[in-house]
Structure formats: structure tokens, C-alpha cells
Ligand binder design. Structure first.
Ligand SMILES: Nc1nc2c(c(=O)[nH]1)N[C@H]1C(S)=C(S)[C@@H](COP(=O)(O)O)O[C@H]1N2
Ligand SMILES: [Mo]
Length: 197
């Protein structure tokens, strides 16, 4: 079983702000395109690709999955960081209880509304502090920050934390996503400033 309350390890660093970052007090809103209008009664989370059997969960099914809480910092590649965020949602590791992932799978693509995608290695995706967020700081996640379901990958720059997620795909060869094909780094470690290229 996963521990339901997780402290993301970067929050325990003596210096919590990575090089080249400045602290933000507000929570900026940043994304490509418009905030999508999502009807939770028709929203579906699809799991496809290199798995034994594809699955689709509606919002009721997805939000009824066991939840975890993650305490993390945010580091946006544009230079702001925001400390002390509390996320609640479905841990990425919960996916392993829903589908059998084939051994050839090495990467995952996260799909979001309006054609947005981002790519992660399975190692990064299955870190214990990665979750599909439903609530933020004890409130329902807002539409501008990605409701109904938003991925949060605390150890990487925030562009990997896709808002308005619609599903995931397990793949064998890495496939750069929306920002990764537009000049952002393929991995995005804020501590080594994997910002661009
Ligand atoms: N669906 C979607 N998710 C996205 C993006 C986007 O354009 N579309 N932009 C990313 C980028 S570049 C950043 S910095 C964060 C910003 O999240 P926020 O608006 O909650 O601060 O969302 C990430 N997730
Ligand atoms: Mo960003």
C-alpha cells in the first residue's frame, strides 16, 4: 500500500528554491489556448497503449479510487516557484492496480484537453509523489488550474504537470510532448536547470 500522506523530498532541502527561480506568492495561471469547458458527467479517463487491456473510467469511478495527499513545491520554467502546496488525488501508482503494464513499456504520454500532451519516463511517472490531482489546498481544484483532474509531477518543472487530463498511454519509445517539441527540455529537472533544448 502507498502511504496516503507524502512529503515530496525537494521540500526538505535546506535551499528550497532552485537556481534561477524567484518566489511567487500568488499562483499564476499559465497555459496554451483557452480554459476548456469540461462536463464531468461525460469526462472519461482513458488508459491505453502497452497494457494488457485498455480501460476507461468515468469521473465517478476515477474520483472513487483511493487517494493520496502530496505536499510539494512548484517550479515553473519561466522563473517562479511557489512553496507549500497541498495536492489531493489519485497517485500514479494506483494505475498499476487498474491495468497490467507490459514489460516493453518505458514511457508514458499524458493526454489533456485541446491536444496538449507531455511525456515522462515510467521512472519519473511512478515516483511516489506523482498524482492526478482533484483537490488543491483543501478545496476543489479550480478550472484555471486544471479541473477536474490535473497531473502533478513535483520533482520536474511545472509544464510536465498537465492540466485537464483526459488519459495516458504507455509506449516503448519516448515521444516528446507539446512543450517538449516547442523548445522545452525533454526531462525538466529544476535543480540542474533542464529548461530548454
Ligand atoms: N493542458 C495543459 N496543461 C498545462 C499547460 C498547457 O498549456 N496545457 N501548460 C503547462 C505549463 S507550461 C505550466 S507553467 C503549468 C501552469 O500551471 P498553473 O496555471 O496551474 O500555474 O501548467 C502546465 N500544464
Ligand atoms: Mo510553463
Amino acid at each position: 500500500m502507498n502511504d496516503p500522506r507524502i512529503i515530496s523530498p525537494d521540500t526538505m532541502r535546506e535551499q528550497r528554491v532552485p537556481p534561477g527561480q524567484k518566489l511567487a506568492t500568488k499562483f499564476p495561471v499559465l497555459h496554451y489556448g483557452d480554459i476548456p469547458l469540461i462536463d464531468v458527467s461525460t469526462w472519461v479517463f482513458k488508459i491505453k497503449g502497452l497494457i494488457e487491456k485498455e480501460r476507461a473510467l468515468n469521473y465517478k469511478e476515477f474520483s472513487s479510487l483511493p487517494r493520496i495527499e502530496v505536499f510539494s513545491d512548484i517550479h515553473c520554467v519561466t522563473g517562479w516557484s511557489r512553496l507549500d502546496n497541498m495536492w489531493e488525488g489519485v497517485g500514479s501508482r494506483e494505475i498499476r492496480n487498474l491495468v497490467r503494464i507490459l514489460p516493453e513499456a518505458k514511457f508514458v504520454i499524458i493526454y489533456a484537453e485541446n491536444g496538449f500532451t507531455t511525456n515522462l519516463s515510467l521512472e519519473d511517472f511512478f515516483e511516489p509523489d506523482v498524482l492526478f490531482t482533484i483537490r488543491y489546498n483543501d478545496m476543489p481544484l479550480s478550472a484555471e488550474h486544471g479541473a477536474p483532474v490535473r497531473l502533478v509531477v513535483p520533482r520536474l518543472y511545472f509544464w510536465k504537470s498537465a492540466k485537464w487530463v483526459t488519459g495516458i498511454e504507455f509506449i516503448d519509445k519516448d515521444r516528446p510532448g507539446f512543450w517538449e517539441t516547442r523548445g522545452y527540455h525533454n526531462h525538466g529537472d529544476p535543480w540542474t536547470e533542464e529548461r530548454y533544448g
